[in-house]
Design a binder for this molecule. Structure first.
Ligand code: C5P
Length: 399
């Protein structure tokens, strides 16, 4: 049976030239057994009419907030309550901004606020608009709030420009809806380490590194979205703990190791993105050491390698490491994969622009213990997270 069978899908169509493609989406969803209620914005009606959707879905098409097709029901609240998914395709720059800021000035935006259904958004617009910082900020806000985006793809746009902005194709959009209805990682327990560690020198100083935690948090957020039971063990970062994950905050490598060992038996998959300090001061100065003219020598001792410790007692776990390298990327990553007894290592060359610490993007290669490889192009850390989790899911399925 299709996952769409008996599901109620609200399809919001906004004013993009790609609005005609929403007819195909509505048709495929209806054929797959979903009950599809289409909501058109005023701008969408300039591109496509309600007659098309009424014929396809065999249901009334909704436009006006003040239309009340059923006597005893307030349409937007009733629809909002019934919906399993609110799919907005195509989504314009305008709707993204309204959704991000909670504006409710028509039926679709009001429904979006009134519903607890999962939100799937497939934007389509001109490349320059899509890349505008205001739009990217709105996408980030909505993603953080749990919306599932189906990013636009590269291609020839209606305006003649070539670039990212084309509505993703129908199968890709349907797959995202399917994943939202039937989360692919349901029942999978994922432990993620993230951020830097801090190794105290005295009461006010420490050794650390520039890790922002963005990669690990993106993985934790994405895993939650895909239905996994997620524990995030994190060093100090400026990021908000991901909603829906159990977050354990630690400071030092030893604390991170303790937390991981405690959670290890309750995890199926461990993804170690933390940039753990390899050394810590042998002694921690009591209080704050006063400034002086004399040299101060700090003796460092090695920290435990968390992932290696987990690898040594691997059992049925799937263990995933990250290898940030500046040279001999794949070779070094492969060595770590083997030495730490991992299933998969994500190699990234941190000397390349757009990769590594503090950036929102990453360019990585996935290396499996069986020798297979997958090189991914430069993409957002969230997209890297998605690819990585999909690769892990395939591995789990193959077991
Ligand atoms: O050996 P290296 O530090 O380059 O290995 C990187 C991988 O090992 C990352 O996945 C990192 O989270 C993990 N690691 C760890 N504990 C350490 C050092 C690294 O878990 N002490």
């Amino acid at each position: 049976m299709s996952v769409f069978e008996g599901k109620h899908i609200l399809l919001g169509v906004t004013g993009s030239i790609a609005a005609y493609k929403a007819a195909d989406i509505a048709s495929k969803l209806t054929q797959a057994g979903a009950e599809v209620d289409v909501v058109l914005t005023e701008h969408a009606r300039r591109f496509i009419t309600e007659i098309t959707f009424r014929a396809i879905t065999r249901r009334p098409v909704l436009i006006d907030l003040f239309d009340e097709p059923e006597e005893r029901q307030i349409a937007h609240i009733h629809l909002a309550k019934r919906a399993d998914v609110l799919l907005i395709a195509p989504a314009t720059a305008n709707i993204l901004a309204k959704l991000a800021y909670g504006i409710a000035d028509d039926l679709l935006t009001t429904l979006a606020l009134a519903t607890q259904a999962k939100l799937v958004i497939a934007p389509a617009m001109n490349t320059v608009m899509w890349q505008h910082p205001a739009i990217q900020e709105n996408v980030r806000i909505l993603e953080e709030r749990g919306a599932r985006f189906v990013y636009p793809v590269e291609g020839m746009l209606a305006c003649g420009d070539v670039g990212a902005g084309k509505l993703a194709d129908t199968p890709t959009i349907l797959q995202a809806v399917e994943e939202v209805l039937n989360p692919p990682l349901r029942g999978v327990r994922v432990l993620v380490t993230a951020g830097p560690t801090e190794e105290p020198i005295d009461a006010v100083r420490h050794i650390s590194n520039p890790s922002s935690g963005k990669m690990g948090y993106a993985i934790a957020e994405e895993a939650v979205r895909q239905g996994a039971e997620v524990t995030l063990v994190t060093g100090p970062t400026l990021l908000e703990p991901p909603a829906g994950a159990k977050t354990v905050c630690v400071r030092t490598a030893e604390q991170m190791l303790d937390a991981c060992l405690q959670m290890y038996d309750q995890a199926d998959v461990v993804i170690a993105t933390a940039a753990v300090s390899d050394y810590r001061p042998a002694e921690v100065w009591q209080g704050k050491r006063k400034k002086g003219e004399q040299e101060w020598t700090i003796r460092l001792v090695p920290n435990p390698d968390i992932l290696r410790t987990l690898g040594a007692r691997k059992g049925k776990h799937i263990l995933v490491g990250f290898a940030a390298e500046t040279e001999e990327l794949l070779q070094n990553a492969q060595t770590k994969l083997r030495e730490k007894n991992l299933d998969l290592i994500v190699a990234n060359d941190v000397s390349q622009e757009g990769s590594g610490f503090r950036t929102d993007t990453n360019r990585v290669t996935l290396l499996w213990a069986d020798g297979s490889q997958q090189a991914l192009p430069l993409m957002s850390k969230r997209e890297v997270a998605r690819h990585l989790l999909e690769a892990i899911r395939q591995k789990l399925l193959a077991r």
